[in-house]
Design a protein around this ligand. Structure first.
Ligand code: NAG
Ligand code: NAG
Ligand code: NAG
Length: 210
């Protein structure tokens, strides 16, 4: 495949996805045009990673996912150093890599569907796809192993990905900022709004932040 057509195709797909995300959030078409213009003007932005830092609150343990080197569990305290996660988002879509800030290990799912921490997060086994559920929780399904979710039992131990399903509470999470780091309004938006709308809103509300 030659380089130019595939880049063009990628750009078109990207714009299409943005369009639907914005439609969904009922943004005005003026916002949409504004957003598109910036991105078509600077196509290098398309491949840029976004990085966010937050915690993942587990519905079953009431605690937070923490990455302690090779071990991953859901027993982290709010504000605990192993519970701080660095989440890398590809600009395109909802594919993410999750790394423990302190341990610098990525959360990955092995071919045996076991959840482990790994230093090298480049493999597809370390990519998860965010699913926003109607109950306002977020589930993270493996990008490689279909239907295998990141999940933790009541003791906070990782579940075998083969034995998970989107409907289980064990795979339900909430993204949370560490205690005291963000105002409640921001946190509220954070759990309910898609990436694209957040960016547009931020532009409108805090134009100098980017
Ligand atoms: C988009 O372009 C406008 C006008 O050039 C600029 O003011 C704004 O900061 C840009 N926004 C982003 C996210 O690049
Ligand atoms: C997870 O479950 C699958 C299917 O039951 C099994 O093949 C696999 O060995 C299990 N993995 C671990 C780490 O126990
Ligand atoms: C989800 O959040 C929205 C507001 O963002 C709220 O109106 C709705 O009741 C929530 N749903 C559940 C099941 O809590």
């Amino acid at each position: 495949m030659s380089v130019i057509p595939s880049r063009l195709l990628y750009l078109c797909l990207h714009l299409l996805v943005l369009y639907f995300q914005l439609q969904e959030s009922q943004q005005t078409s003026a916002d949409f045009r504004f957003y598109i213009e910036n991105h078509t003007r600077n196509p290098e932005d398309l491949s840029r990673k976004q990085v966010r830092i937050y915690q993942l609150y587990s519905r079953t343990t009431g605690k937070h996912v923490q990455v302690m080197g090779k071990r991953v569990n859901a027993n982290g305290d709010d504000g605990g150093k192993f519970a701080l996660l660095v989440v890398e988002t590809e600009t395109f879509g909802s594919h993410i890599r999750i790394k423990g800030k302190e341990s610098e290990h990525y959360i990955c799912m092995t071919d045996k569907k076991k959840i482990v921490g790994r230093q090298d997060g480049r493999k597809q086994e370390c990519v998860f796809v965010e699913e926003f559920l109607e109950n306002n929780y977020t589930a993270l399904v493996s990008a490689k192993y279909k239907g295998c979710y990141l999940g933790f039992n009541r003791k906070g131990r990782p579940k075998n990905g083969s034995r998970t399903a989107q409907t289980q509470q064990e795979v339900h999470f909430m993204k949370r900022h560490p205690k005291g780091k963000e105002d409640p309004l921001e946190e509220f938006r954070f759990t309910t709004v898609t990436k694209a709308t957040r960016r547009v809103r931020r532009l409108k509300l805090h134009p100098r932040r980017n």
